[in-house]
Design a protein around this ligand. Sequence first.
Ligand code: F6R
Length: 241
Amino acid sequence: MIQPIVLTDHEAVSQRAADWLVERLHARPSSLLCLATGATPMRAYALLAERAASDPRLTSQCRVLNLDEWGGLGAHDPASCARHLRAALVEPLGLTDRFIAFDGLAADPAAECARIAAWLQQHGPIDACVLGLGINGHLGFNEPAAALQPHAHVAALSESSLAHAMIQGAARRPTAGLTLGMADLTHAREVLLMVTGPTKQGPLARLLGGQISTDFPASLLQLHPAATLLCDATANGRPAT
Ligand code: F6R
């Protein structure tokens, strides 16, 4: 059962998440990092970029894999997941040659997912995976369903994902999600789930309720032997201890 580490606020969670990433990079400099975007982890990535700027060896060998992408949005679209990661981490640290991402504009999204799946099979497993919690319990674009997909796949987006703040200003409505699958995430050596803010109170309570169900994909992290959950007091619904 994952025990949450409850911190005061989003900034404290971001600082602790940056520490977690730095520790993993020190332990395994060639780590394959798999990173979510969305609002929750971006400050942690900015803090990691600051640390790496003063200690370039930290990220001199790591590889960064983008967890997911909005189908129909290109890498230069301001709303795309790739654009967020490039701006926060990849470009400031010069990781372009070691950045692997879905092409949201691929003419054949299924073939694009097969390309990423083959890459991960050859270069995986993921060493350290940073995830955010969807309001509906999704991880990446692994949406609640009767059955979940193990590897990279094209996902039909739920209404809740289509309402995500990231894409509200997008010029085009995404057609689908391209995402790593649940086995890719649960086979990561270590996982960090970050949960902050008032909208995550209900989802976090459900996660901590302990029932494991494909109807709430994040609940599968309860089975992971090395998952860390960082949350703030607001998401947890009580003051940090
Ligand atoms: C984005 C992603 C999503 C988000 C989730 C939480 O790359 O994988 O699963 O992590 O929707 O988003 P925020 O952090 O914006 O609440």
